[in-house]
Ligand binder design. Structure first.
Ligand SMILES: Cc1cc2nc3c(=O)[nH]c(=O)nc-3n(C[C@H](O)[C@H](O)[C@H](O)COP(=O)(O)OP(=O)(O)OC[C@H]3O[C@@H](n4cnc5c(N)ncnc54)[C@H](O)[C@@H]3O)c2cc1C
Length: 384
């Protein structure tokens, strides 16, 4: 297989939408709905903001109208995601549902569940979390061992998931549970994805603080949780067949490689307009690199829109985006080392730099580790 990034540009309707989203963001910041500086430090949840975004028609933007969607393109969705990301807007309540859980429900749930849940997501009223990782099963998801045992009318679930982002806010989880042992012929056999109502009895959510002190992810313990039969998503035991293009969406979007873009903007601001050669070259290099990442990410989204499955290309975007972001705090520190703190307003910059420095290690891990992604890339290229 060769690497193929189709040369896709954002179409005029996406650019027009960008102007609309930007105006909305400006208005919401002025109205005090959210503070972009605060949002850079702590990913925000705002029921008010999510409801307003839903009312604008920007959640589930690509989904069928009959479920509250708007049947627009993935490139339009790209623009909405990008504008909210660079503004540090509080999209935490609806983001996971919009990006990956809603599409799973759309594809695999029955009509009653789709008609109930999808419109609530598009109105910005429904938060999802992803229950894949376990204490002994992270990169190797096929080792997952939280058991869902068949019982009258459904399944009983016992076991522990970990690193579950947003479990403390979520209305639903899409959980990956073991319904049968793996087989000799296929070690990926035996796992099923389920829709879990997080308000059900038998679920305990224990917060885990990250290195920056934020409490975004959790341990989730299931103790005889009951999940009804019709909450199984897709075929029993066959979850391994279901994750293909979803992973390309999860990995290649602008929310990944622009997670600490606030630091680049602050760097440009604090360096000012009269740049010396070294600063100009440093900023030029960073901006050129992020520009290429954007072109690649737009390309992956355009290929997904065209019905392709650019899993290899999505992995490359995630890996290069991680490398770029992990270098950014070092470059920013280097380029500002001799700036006079009294003459330059560095307070916000220094706060952002400290925060970015503590969070960039996680970028190697979330959404697939660097080593695993490089394994996928190598396999895609026929090198292993
Ligand atoms: C901020 C953050 C948010 C997260 N949110 C969620 C969430 O919402 N839901 C969820 O389910 N999970 C979530 N995760 C968990 C994340 O997906 C896992 O941590 C990740 O998949 C790695 O699994 P692990 O921690 O078990 O490490 P391991 O899989 O044990 O990996 C340890 C090391 O071994 C390397 N390694 C493993 N396998 C291979 C291989 N085959 N080849 C080469 N090297 C290998 C890895 O690259 C890594 O360096 C989150 C993680 C972070 C950091």
């Amino acid at each position: 297989m060769a690497i193929q990034f189709d040369p896709i540009r954002l179409p005029p309707n996406a650019q027009a939408l960008r102007a609309e989203v930007r105006a909305f963001v400006r208005q919401e910041i002025e109205a005090g709905t959210f503070d972009p500086n605060k949002g850079a430090i702590q990913a925000g949840h705002s029921a008010e903001f999510s409801r307003k975004v839903g009312a604008k028609g920007w959640i589930g933007i690509t989904w069928p109208k009959k479920y509250g969607g708007h049947e627009r393109s993935f490139l339009e969705r790209y623009v909405v995601t990008e504008e909210f990301r660079v503004a540090n807007a509080p999209v935490g309540l609806h983001f996971t549902a919009d990006r990956q859980s809603g599409p799973m429900v759309l594809k695999y749930a029955n009509e009653r569940i789709k008609s109930d849940i999808l419109p609530r997501i598009t109105r910005g009223e429904c938060c999802f979390c992803i229950g894949m990782s376990e204490p002994n099963s992270g990169s190797d998801l096929f080792a997952a061992n939280v058991r869902a045992t068949k019982c009258e009318g459904g399944f009983k679930v016992r076991g522990t998931k970990v690193w579950t982002t947003n479990a403390q806010h979520a209305d639903y989880m899409i959980g990956l549970f073991r319904t049968s042992p793996s087989t000799k012929e296929n070690r990926r056999h035996g796992l099923t994805q389920f829709l879990v109502d997080m308000k059900s009895p038998g679920i305990t959510v224990n917060p885990i603080a990250n290195i920056g002190g934020q409490r975004e992810f959790n341990e989730v313990v299931f103790d005889d949780l009951f999940v009804p039969d019709d909450h199984a998503l897709g075929e029993i035991d066959m979850a391994w067949k279901q994750a293909t293009s979803e992973l390309a969406y999860e990995r290649s979007g602008p929310e990944r490689f622009l997670e600490i873009s606030y630091l680049l903007f602050e760097l440009v601001r604090v360096l000012g307009k009269d740049l010396d050669v070294r600063s100009a070259e440093g900023i030029g290099r960073l901006v050129a690199q992020v520009h290429v990442l954007r072109r690649m990410s737009v390309s992956v989204n355009g290929m997904l829109q065209a019905g392709k499955e650019p899993v290899l290309e999505g992995s490359i975007v995630k890996d290069l985006g991680t490398v770029w972001q992990q270098q950014l705090p070092h470059r920013a520190r280097d380029l500002t080392a001799f700036l006079d703190g009294d003459r330059h307003d560095r307070e916000v910059f220094d706060r952002f730099l400290a925060h970015a420095t503590t969070i960039v290690p996680k970028l190697t891990i979330q959404g697939g580790t660097t080593e695993v992604l490089r394994g996928i890339i190598a396999r895609g290229l026929g090198l292993r």
